[in-house]
Design a protein around this ligand. Sequence first.
Ligand SMILES: [Zn+2]
Length: 83
Amino acid sequence: MRTAQDDKDTAGDIDSGDYRFWHVLVRDDFTSQLCGTRRNLQVHHISYRSHCGADSANNLLTVCQACHAAIHGGHIMLGACGG
Ligand SMILES: [Zn+2]
């Protein structure tokens, strides 16, 4: 269920046993789509739910923990909603 943590886009922490987005991992071949590693994988929301993001596969991307942190730190820019 939703918790306060979801505000920080921690929905896909695979290491903690969260397999809600298993289909995304399968689609992305269990590989970080940014750096190619297969370790510490998480699922990133390309567009934040609080904006126009959704829990659809098109809006989810498999990344590793390091890439995920880089995205949220502003070091990696992904396509946002509205182009
Ligand atoms: Zn990575």
